[in-house]
Write a protein that binds this ligand. Sequence first.
Ligand SMILES: [Zn+2]
Length: 72
Amino acid sequence: MPIYEYACRKCGHEFETLVRSGSVPDCPSCRSTELEKKLSVFATAASGPEAAPAGACGACGHPGGPGACALN
Ligand SMILES: [Zn+2]
């Protein structure tokens, strides 16, 4: 189960949360779902020459970067 870091676009609160596939996390402070997803702690720690491209979307593996899959 991956842990992702989020920053709330409404109140600026930053937090980490487990993300289950198909669920949408919300801000624990203001309940907004307008969140900016940051790199997961696991992805950051695993970065290396043999790891997946650092820019790949953590949710779907989209090479366009975090959140790219949400822009479709
Ligand atoms: Zn918030």
